[in-house]
Write a protein that binds this ligand. Structure first.
Ligand code: ZN
Length: 412
Protein backbone atom coordinates (compact mmCIF):
# COMPACT_ATOMS: atom_id res chain seq x y z
CA UNK A 1 0.00 0.00 0.00
CA UNK A 2 1.19 3.51 -0.70
CA UNK A 3 1.96 5.31 2.54
CA UNK A 4 0.12 8.55 2.07
CA UNK A 5 -0.57 11.26 4.63
CA UNK A 6 -4.16 9.92 4.78
CA UNK A 7 -2.99 6.40 5.65
CA UNK A 8 -0.71 7.76 8.38
CA UNK A 9 -3.49 9.91 9.78
CA UNK A 10 -5.80 6.90 9.79
CA UNK A 11 -3.17 4.95 11.70
CA UNK A 12 -2.57 7.78 14.20
CA UNK A 13 -6.31 8.01 14.75
CA UNK A 14 -6.59 4.24 15.25
CA UNK A 15 -3.82 4.32 17.87
CA UNK A 16 -5.39 7.22 19.78
CA UNK A 17 -9.08 6.28 19.48
CA UNK A 18 -9.13 2.45 19.47
CA UNK A 19 -5.77 1.86 21.13
CA UNK A 20 -5.36 4.31 24.01
CA UNK A 21 -8.93 5.59 23.78
CA UNK A 22 -7.90 9.00 25.09
CA UNK A 23 -10.68 10.61 27.11
CA UNK A 24 -11.60 14.24 27.57
CA UNK A 25 -9.37 15.93 30.13
CA UNK A 26 -6.72 13.22 30.27
CA UNK A 27 -2.99 13.78 30.20
CA UNK A 28 -1.14 11.77 27.56
CA UNK A 29 2.45 10.58 27.71
CA UNK A 30 3.70 9.71 24.23
CA UNK A 31 6.88 7.72 23.85
CA UNK A 32 8.28 7.84 20.31
CA UNK A 33 11.58 8.08 18.43
CA UNK A 34 12.96 11.46 17.34
CA UNK A 35 13.11 10.35 13.70
CA UNK A 36 9.33 9.80 13.78
CA UNK A 37 8.59 13.43 14.63
CA UNK A 38 6.06 13.86 11.80
CA UNK A 39 4.05 10.88 13.01
CA UNK A 40 4.40 12.09 16.59
CA UNK A 41 2.72 15.34 15.53
CA UNK A 42 -0.18 13.43 13.99
CA UNK A 43 -0.64 11.34 17.14
CA UNK A 44 -0.40 14.45 19.33
CA UNK A 45 -3.03 16.25 17.27
CA UNK A 46 -5.36 13.23 17.41
CA UNK A 47 -4.96 13.18 21.21
CA UNK A 48 -5.95 16.84 21.44
CA UNK A 49 -8.89 16.23 19.06
CA UNK A 50 -9.96 13.44 21.43
CA UNK A 51 -9.99 15.98 24.27
CA UNK A 52 -6.58 15.49 25.88
CA UNK A 53 -5.69 18.13 28.44
CA UNK A 54 -1.96 17.99 27.66
CA UNK A 55 0.22 15.69 25.56
CA UNK A 56 3.76 15.21 26.84
CA UNK A 57 6.32 13.55 24.59
CA UNK A 58 9.24 11.41 25.70
CA UNK A 59 11.66 11.25 22.80
CA UNK A 60 13.73 8.15 22.15
CA UNK A 61 16.87 7.89 20.05
CA UNK A 62 18.60 4.59 19.29
CA UNK A 63 21.88 6.31 18.53
CA UNK A 64 21.99 8.31 21.77
CA UNK A 65 21.01 5.25 23.83
CA UNK A 66 23.84 3.33 22.24
CA UNK A 67 26.30 6.13 23.03
CA UNK A 68 25.18 6.14 26.67
CA UNK A 69 25.86 2.42 26.94
CA UNK A 70 29.16 2.76 25.07
CA UNK A 71 30.65 5.63 27.07
CA UNK A 72 28.86 6.20 30.38
CA UNK A 73 29.67 4.15 33.47
CA UNK A 74 27.25 1.42 34.46
CA UNK A 75 26.61 2.95 37.91
CA UNK A 76 25.81 6.30 36.37
CA UNK A 77 23.31 4.78 33.94
CA UNK A 78 21.75 2.63 36.66
CA UNK A 79 21.21 5.63 38.92
CA UNK A 80 17.76 7.21 38.93
CA UNK A 81 18.14 10.89 39.71
CA UNK A 82 15.67 12.61 42.05
CA UNK A 83 14.00 14.54 39.22
CA UNK A 84 13.49 11.30 37.27
CA UNK A 85 11.92 9.71 40.31
CA UNK A 86 9.69 12.76 40.75
CA UNK A 87 8.57 12.36 37.14
CA UNK A 88 7.65 8.74 37.80
CA UNK A 89 5.87 9.80 40.99
CA UNK A 90 3.89 12.41 39.05
CA UNK A 91 2.49 9.60 36.89
CA UNK A 92 0.86 8.07 39.96
CA UNK A 93 -0.97 11.40 40.40
CA UNK A 94 -1.83 12.13 36.74
CA UNK A 95 -2.46 8.50 35.70
CA UNK A 96 -1.68 9.54 32.11
CA UNK A 97 -2.80 7.69 29.02
CA UNK A 98 0.46 6.19 27.79
CA UNK A 99 1.13 5.71 24.08
CA UNK A 100 4.28 3.92 22.97
CA UNK A 101 5.15 4.01 19.29
CA UNK A 102 7.95 1.51 18.67
CA UNK A 103 10.34 1.79 15.75
CA UNK A 104 13.59 0.68 17.33
CA UNK A 105 16.42 -0.86 15.36
CA UNK A 106 16.50 -4.41 16.81
CA UNK A 107 20.32 -4.25 16.61
CA UNK A 108 20.68 -0.84 18.24
CA UNK A 109 22.48 -2.28 21.25
CA UNK A 110 24.29 -5.11 19.44
CA UNK A 111 27.79 -5.58 20.81
CA UNK A 112 27.03 -3.82 24.10
CA UNK A 113 27.64 -6.10 27.06
CA UNK A 114 24.35 -7.79 28.01
CA UNK A 115 25.58 -7.69 31.64
CA UNK A 116 25.75 -3.92 31.49
CA UNK A 117 22.30 -3.68 29.90
CA UNK A 118 20.71 -5.93 32.48
CA UNK A 119 22.54 -4.30 35.42
CA UNK A 120 21.34 -0.88 34.28
CA UNK A 121 17.81 -2.23 33.85
CA UNK A 122 17.85 -3.86 37.28
CA UNK A 123 19.27 -0.77 38.98
CA UNK A 124 16.67 1.54 37.49
CA UNK A 125 13.85 -0.93 38.11
CA UNK A 126 14.68 -1.04 41.82
CA UNK A 127 13.69 2.63 42.09
CA UNK A 128 11.10 2.94 39.31
CA UNK A 129 9.20 -0.35 39.55
CA UNK A 130 7.15 0.65 42.62
CA UNK A 131 5.77 3.62 40.64
CA UNK A 132 5.04 1.42 37.62
CA UNK A 133 3.32 -1.05 39.93
CA UNK A 134 1.29 1.77 41.48
CA UNK A 135 -0.28 2.78 38.15
CA UNK A 136 -0.53 -0.79 36.84
CA UNK A 137 -4.12 -1.62 35.94
CA UNK A 138 -5.50 1.87 36.59
CA UNK A 139 -4.41 3.80 33.51
CA UNK A 140 -4.93 3.34 29.76
CA UNK A 141 -2.00 2.47 27.56
CA UNK A 142 -1.21 1.16 24.13
CA UNK A 143 1.85 0.01 22.23
CA UNK A 144 1.91 0.27 18.44
CA UNK A 145 4.74 0.38 15.94
CA UNK A 146 5.89 2.33 12.93
CA UNK A 147 8.65 1.14 10.57
CA UNK A 148 12.09 2.72 10.64
CA UNK A 149 14.76 2.12 8.01
CA UNK A 150 17.07 0.13 10.26
CA UNK A 151 14.27 -2.04 11.57
CA UNK A 152 13.06 -2.71 8.01
CA UNK A 153 16.56 -3.65 6.85
CA UNK A 154 16.89 -6.01 9.81
CA UNK A 155 13.73 -7.84 8.68
CA UNK A 156 14.64 -7.78 4.99
CA UNK A 157 18.45 -7.57 4.72
CA UNK A 158 18.44 -8.60 1.05
CA UNK A 159 16.22 -5.75 -0.05
CA UNK A 160 17.05 -2.12 -0.77
CA UNK A 161 16.13 0.20 2.08
CA UNK A 162 13.22 1.54 0.09
CA UNK A 163 11.82 -1.92 -0.71
CA UNK A 164 12.43 -3.13 2.87
CA UNK A 165 10.44 -0.16 4.18
CA UNK A 166 7.58 -0.93 1.78
CA UNK A 167 7.48 -4.56 2.87
CA UNK A 168 7.56 -3.75 6.57
CA UNK A 169 4.91 -1.05 6.19
CA UNK A 170 2.68 -3.51 4.31
CA UNK A 171 3.09 -6.07 7.07
CA UNK A 172 2.46 -3.57 9.87
CA UNK A 173 -0.69 -2.20 8.21
CA UNK A 174 -1.91 -5.72 7.41
CA UNK A 175 -1.57 -6.79 11.03
CA UNK A 176 -3.31 -3.65 12.34
CA UNK A 177 -6.08 -4.14 9.79
CA UNK A 178 -5.61 -0.96 7.80
CA UNK A 179 -6.33 -1.56 4.10
CA UNK A 180 -6.92 2.01 2.99
CA UNK A 181 -10.58 1.26 2.29
CA UNK A 182 -12.65 0.10 5.22
CA UNK A 183 -12.79 1.85 8.54
CA UNK A 184 -10.12 0.23 10.72
CA UNK A 185 -11.89 1.34 13.90
CA UNK A 186 -14.92 -0.81 12.91
CA UNK A 187 -12.68 -3.73 11.96
CA UNK A 188 -10.97 -3.57 15.31
CA UNK A 189 -14.35 -3.64 17.01
CA UNK A 190 -15.22 -6.92 15.19
CA UNK A 191 -11.79 -8.37 15.93
CA UNK A 192 -11.86 -7.52 19.62
CA UNK A 193 -15.45 -8.84 19.88
CA UNK A 194 -14.30 -12.22 18.48
CA UNK A 195 -11.46 -12.38 20.99
CA UNK A 196 -13.78 -11.39 23.86
CA UNK A 197 -16.17 -14.19 22.87
CA UNK A 198 -13.38 -16.80 22.99
CA UNK A 199 -12.12 -15.41 26.29
CA UNK A 200 -15.65 -15.59 27.72
CA UNK A 201 -15.89 -19.25 26.68
CA UNK A 202 -12.58 -20.05 28.38
CA UNK A 203 -13.67 -18.22 31.52
CA UNK A 204 -16.96 -20.12 31.60
CA UNK A 205 -15.07 -23.44 31.43
CA UNK A 206 -13.17 -22.71 34.63
CA UNK A 207 -10.20 -24.84 33.64
CA UNK A 208 -7.80 -25.85 36.40
CA UNK A 209 -4.95 -26.47 34.01
CA UNK A 210 -3.72 -26.89 30.44
CA UNK A 211 -1.94 -29.72 28.68
CA UNK A 212 0.22 -29.01 25.60
CA UNK A 213 1.37 -31.56 23.07
CA UNK A 214 3.23 -31.30 19.78
CA UNK A 215 5.29 -33.71 17.66
CA UNK A 216 8.30 -31.38 18.07
CA UNK A 217 8.75 -32.55 21.67
CA UNK A 218 6.47 -30.16 23.52
CA UNK A 219 4.88 -32.12 26.33
CA UNK A 220 3.80 -29.82 29.11
CA UNK A 221 1.17 -29.26 31.75
CA UNK A 222 0.51 -26.10 33.69
CA UNK A 223 -1.86 -25.27 36.53
CA UNK A 224 -4.03 -22.17 36.34
CA UNK A 225 -4.95 -19.84 39.21
CA UNK A 226 -8.45 -20.69 40.45
CA UNK A 227 -10.79 -17.84 39.51
CA UNK A 228 -8.24 -16.02 37.35
CA UNK A 229 -9.57 -14.66 34.05
CA UNK A 230 -8.53 -15.14 30.48
CA UNK A 231 -8.17 -11.78 28.81
CA UNK A 232 -7.64 -10.57 25.33
CA UNK A 233 -7.47 -7.58 23.07
CA UNK A 234 -9.25 -4.97 25.13
CA UNK A 235 -8.88 -3.91 28.75
CA UNK A 236 -10.93 -1.49 30.80
CA UNK A 237 -9.58 1.29 32.96
CA UNK A 238 -11.58 0.80 36.18
CA UNK A 239 -11.15 4.50 37.08
CA UNK A 240 -13.20 5.80 34.13
CA UNK A 241 -14.57 2.70 32.37
CA UNK A 242 -12.62 3.47 29.17
CA UNK A 243 -11.92 0.40 27.00
CA UNK A 244 -8.43 0.40 25.52
CA UNK A 245 -6.26 -1.98 23.49
CA UNK A 246 -2.84 -2.42 25.08
CA UNK A 247 -1.20 -3.94 22.03
CA UNK A 248 -1.74 -3.23 18.34
CA UNK A 249 -1.58 -5.71 16.72
CA UNK A 250 -3.05 -8.22 19.16
CA UNK A 251 -4.28 -11.73 18.47
CA UNK A 252 -3.78 -13.39 21.84
CA UNK A 253 -5.97 -14.52 24.68
CA UNK A 254 -3.88 -14.84 27.79
CA UNK A 255 -3.86 -15.45 31.49
CA UNK A 256 -1.23 -15.74 34.18
CA UNK A 257 -0.77 -19.37 35.24
CA UNK A 258 -0.16 -20.42 38.83
CA UNK A 259 3.50 -19.55 39.38
CA UNK A 260 5.48 -22.57 40.42
CA UNK A 261 3.05 -25.19 39.12
CA UNK A 262 4.05 -26.65 35.78
CA UNK A 263 5.88 -29.71 34.53
CA UNK A 264 7.44 -30.86 31.30
CA UNK A 265 9.12 -29.46 28.23
CA UNK A 266 8.23 -26.60 25.93
CA UNK A 267 9.94 -26.48 22.54
CA UNK A 268 10.21 -23.07 20.89
CA UNK A 269 8.90 -22.76 17.36
CA UNK A 270 10.27 -19.31 16.48
CA UNK A 271 13.56 -17.59 17.25
CA UNK A 272 13.56 -15.30 20.26
CA UNK A 273 15.21 -11.91 20.10
CA UNK A 274 16.30 -10.76 23.57
CA UNK A 275 18.55 -7.76 24.32
CA UNK A 276 19.31 -7.47 20.60
CA UNK A 277 20.52 -11.06 20.43
CA UNK A 278 18.93 -14.17 19.01
CA UNK A 279 18.14 -17.39 20.82
CA UNK A 280 17.24 -20.11 18.34
CA UNK A 281 15.92 -23.66 18.34
CA UNK A 282 15.58 -23.99 22.06
CA UNK A 283 13.61 -25.88 24.62
CA UNK A 284 13.04 -25.32 28.31
CA UNK A 285 12.22 -28.05 30.78
CA UNK A 286 10.28 -27.29 33.94
CA UNK A 287 10.00 -29.20 37.21
CA UNK A 288 7.96 -28.07 40.21
CA UNK A 289 7.06 -24.95 38.28
CA UNK A 290 10.59 -23.74 37.66
CA UNK A 291 12.79 -23.94 34.59
CA UNK A 292 15.42 -26.49 35.54
CA UNK A 293 17.21 -26.90 32.22
CA UNK A 294 17.35 -25.38 28.80
CA UNK A 295 18.97 -26.21 25.52
CA UNK A 296 19.52 -23.79 22.65
CA UNK A 297 21.26 -24.35 19.33
CA UNK A 298 22.10 -20.66 19.38
CA UNK A 299 22.25 -18.35 22.40
CA UNK A 300 22.60 -20.98 25.14
CA UNK A 301 24.36 -18.62 27.57
CA UNK A 302 21.94 -15.83 26.90
CA UNK A 303 18.99 -18.12 27.58
CA UNK A 304 20.56 -19.31 30.83
CA UNK A 305 21.18 -15.72 31.88
CA UNK A 306 17.60 -14.76 31.09
CA UNK A 307 16.23 -17.59 33.19
CA UNK A 308 18.46 -16.55 36.11
CA UNK A 309 17.77 -12.80 35.97
CA UNK A 310 16.17 -12.90 39.41
CA UNK A 311 14.58 -15.33 41.85
CA UNK A 312 11.33 -15.67 39.90
CA UNK A 313 12.49 -15.28 36.30
CA UNK A 314 12.51 -19.09 36.00
CA UNK A 315 8.73 -19.25 36.50
CA UNK A 316 5.97 -18.49 34.03
CA UNK A 317 3.94 -15.30 34.13
CA UNK A 318 1.83 -15.83 31.03
CA UNK A 319 0.22 -18.47 28.85
CA UNK A 320 -1.33 -17.20 25.62
CA UNK A 321 -3.45 -18.73 22.88
CA UNK A 322 -3.01 -17.52 19.29
CA UNK A 323 -4.40 -19.49 16.33
CA UNK A 324 -2.01 -20.27 13.49
CA UNK A 325 -4.19 -18.17 11.10
CA UNK A 326 -2.93 -14.99 12.79
CA UNK A 327 -2.05 -12.30 10.20
CA UNK A 328 1.33 -11.96 11.94
CA UNK A 329 2.00 -15.65 11.28
CA UNK A 330 0.83 -15.17 7.68
CA UNK A 331 3.51 -12.49 7.22
CA UNK A 332 5.97 -15.34 7.58
CA UNK A 333 9.02 -13.44 8.80
CA UNK A 334 10.50 -12.52 12.16
CA UNK A 335 9.76 -8.90 13.08
CA UNK A 336 12.44 -8.84 15.81
CA UNK A 337 9.82 -7.07 17.89
CA UNK A 338 7.78 -8.88 20.54
CA UNK A 339 4.72 -6.76 19.85
CA UNK A 340 4.42 -8.57 16.52
CA UNK A 341 6.28 -11.81 17.07
CA UNK A 342 4.27 -12.78 20.17
CA UNK A 343 1.10 -12.52 18.10
CA UNK A 344 2.25 -15.11 15.57
CA UNK A 345 1.28 -18.19 17.56
CA UNK A 346 0.72 -19.68 21.01
CA UNK A 347 3.32 -18.62 23.53
CA UNK A 348 4.24 -18.45 27.18
CA UNK A 349 6.31 -15.87 29.03
CA UNK A 350 8.95 -16.30 31.65
CA UNK A 351 8.84 -13.69 34.38
CA UNK A 352 6.21 -11.25 35.57
CA UNK A 353 2.54 -12.09 35.32
CA UNK A 354 -0.51 -9.83 35.18
CA UNK A 355 -2.33 -9.11 38.43
CA UNK A 356 -5.36 -7.84 36.50
CA UNK A 357 -6.28 -11.45 35.62
CA UNK A 358 -7.39 -11.85 39.25
CA UNK A 359 -11.02 -10.75 39.74
CA UNK A 360 -9.94 -8.15 42.33
CA UNK A 361 -6.50 -7.70 40.77
CA UNK A 362 -6.72 -3.97 40.25
CA UNK A 363 -6.98 -3.37 43.98
CA UNK A 364 -4.07 -5.65 44.87
CA UNK A 365 -0.46 -4.68 45.30
CA UNK A 366 2.06 -6.65 43.26
CA UNK A 367 3.12 -8.45 46.47
CA UNK A 368 -0.49 -9.45 47.25
CA UNK A 369 -1.00 -10.73 43.70
CA UNK A 370 2.21 -12.69 44.00
CA UNK A 371 0.90 -14.37 47.14
CA UNK A 372 -2.10 -15.48 45.06
CA UNK A 373 0.10 -17.09 42.41
CA UNK A 374 0.80 -14.31 39.90
CA UNK A 375 4.53 -14.36 39.23
CA UNK A 376 6.62 -11.23 39.71
CA UNK A 377 10.00 -10.60 38.14
CA UNK A 378 11.93 -7.82 36.45
CA UNK A 379 11.68 -9.75 33.18
CA UNK A 380 8.73 -10.72 31.03
CA UNK A 381 9.99 -12.59 27.99
CA UNK A 382 7.59 -14.26 25.59
CA UNK A 383 8.60 -17.27 23.55
CA UNK A 384 6.61 -19.06 20.88
CA UNK A 385 5.48 -22.66 21.22
CA UNK A 386 2.64 -22.73 18.66
CA UNK A 387 3.06 -25.20 15.83
CA UNK A 388 0.82 -26.52 13.05
CA UNK A 389 0.06 -29.65 15.06
CA UNK A 390 -0.09 -28.16 18.56
CA UNK A 391 -2.92 -29.49 20.65
CA UNK A 392 -3.97 -27.91 23.91
CA UNK A 393 -6.47 -29.45 26.28
CA UNK A 394 -8.19 -27.68 29.10
CA UNK A 395 -8.23 -29.77 32.26
CA UNK A 396 -11.27 -29.41 34.45
CA UNK A 397 -11.01 -29.50 38.25
CA UNK A 398 -12.43 -33.08 38.16
CA UNK A 399 -9.59 -34.20 35.87
CA UNK A 400 -11.62 -34.53 32.65
CA UNK A 401 -10.33 -32.63 29.64
CA UNK A 402 -11.77 -30.53 26.83
CA UNK A 403 -10.00 -29.80 23.51
CA UNK A 404 -9.11 -26.10 23.19
CA UNK A 405 -6.64 -26.21 20.31
CA UNK A 406 -6.22 -28.86 17.63
CA UNK A 407 -3.79 -28.58 14.72
CA UNK A 408 -2.55 -25.21 15.97
CA UNK A 409 -5.92 -23.50 16.03
CA UNK A 410 -9.23 -23.35 17.91
CA UNK A 411 -10.72 -26.85 18.19
CA UNK A 412 -14.15 -25.31 17.57
ZN1 ZN B 1 1.52 -12.55 25.28
Amino acid sequence: MKITKEVLEQYARLIVRSGANVQKGQTVLLNIAVDQAAFAEMVTEECYLAGAKKVNVEWQCDGISRLHYSYAEQDVLATVLPWEEEKAKQMTVDLPCRIFVESEDPDSLAGISPEKISAVGQGRARVLKPYRDAIDGIHQWTIAAIPSEKWAKKCFPEETTERAMEKLWDAVLETVRIDGENDPVAKWKAHTDFISEKAAWLNAQGFAGLRYHSANGTDFTVELIPGAHWEGAASTNPRNGARYIPNMPTEEIFTSPLAGSCEGTLVSTKPLSWNSQLIENFSITFANGRAVSCKAEKGQQLLEKMIKMDECSNMLGEVALVPKESPVNACGFLFYETLFDENACCHVALGAGFKEVLPDGDSLTTKQAQARGVNDSIIHVDFMVGSDDLSIDGIRPDGTSVPIFRGGTWAE
